[in-house]
Design a protein around this ligand. Sequence first.
Ligand code: EPU
Length: 422
Amino acid sequence: MDALEIEGPVRLDGTVHISGSKNAALPIMAATLLAPGESVIEQVPRLADIAVLGQLLQSLGARVERDGADIHIDTTKIDHPVGEYDIVRKMRASICILGPLLARCGRAKVSMPGGCAIGDRPVDIHLRGLRALGAQIHLENGYIVATVPPGGLRGGPIFLGGPFGSTVLGTANVMMAATLAQGRTIIESAACEPEIADLANCLNAMGARVHGIGSPRLIVDGVTRLTPVRHRIIGDRIEAGTFLVAAGLTGGRLTLTNCQPDNMVAVVDRLAHIGVAVEARDDGCVVRRTGELRPADVTTQPYPGFPTDLQAQFMAMLALAEGNSVITEKIFPDRFMHVAELNRMAANIRKEGPCAIVAGVRELIAAPVMASDLRASAALVLAGLAAWGKTVVHRVYHIDRGYERIEEKLNAAGARIVRKDL
Ligand code: EPU
């Protein structure tokens, strides 16, 4: 199994090109189900999760081909509207085919995703939203079975808030299904994430009528058909945020291209507090450390708040900030698997309920560590850049799910990382 051996400490200096956003590309690939014909999605990162969604679309009857950074998806023939367990179990985000498949075929059967290392991750709000559009839904042998009533899906007011705020893929599913429903759907407490805005823009380019993009109140006026599209995916703000931390943690300086600092206001604010300056440029930004790392309190929230997908990476950086930091996780209260692994590298972090108290240490020391999920593994790689000695991060298949050639990008900026089969 692949592992990354990281020799530290290093000081990063260089330019990193940010890939297309994984979490925008996944629902946008699913959206092509709504428009029979060939769509071309540009700037799609080469990631394990993208390959799984491609496989899933193929299993439904679509033709999916990669051409460099583009993916061509031909959805002329969708004759098997079933998201099989064997594919869905590899990636929870597979649930994003449910809404478009239902709207396109009038019926859909999708394996119910299970939990994962970061928590239970229910899909009750997705189902509540689709039911509000008139879908009939029941569970059968671990599958969600959904059908459209005889008169078709009907728009109406839908509240999508849950105990942890909005839901990203729940909003994607309901918005996609609503594009082909009759009448007007008003989604309240919609997710405002830039990935949802990218999806809405893509849907509009297909002929949908979505208004209020980027706000918690999305208005979708149903249309009778959508047409194939050519759409370029936005830069990945979580990958960008990970490299911002890499520069901060190593006391280095990086230029990031193909990223939008406007999408990372909460992150840039926390970085400034910690002592890491981000300066916007035409197509990206320059990030550099301005002094010693300072402690900070970080609370994850739905966008535009601080993203849960950068919580672990910030924890790795705050482990080296003199003083105490409190990290509060308000999206996935159990997303702290990285705490024990960072402590194996001589960090001093204590978990208390949905919080982690990080007492800064002077240095981290290399150790063999185990990746538990995508962002936790990124945090361990970052810690390895700053730690003394050779850190080995095992189970890096987690990182390959969401970071395109992370070791090549870091090595080009001065890191010393070798991929090994251990
Ligand atoms: N929730 C419910 N019921 C639902 C749906 C969600 O209670 O029906 C809860 C979740 O358990 C969680 C909160 O609502 O507490 C927010 O979850 P959300 O639905 O927004 O998460 P998601 O759409 O499944 C996406 C990203 C995640 C990211 C979260 C939060 C994709 C493919 N995944 O997941 O990304 O952490 O939003 O921002 O877009 C990652 O890339 O590493 C990753 C995990």
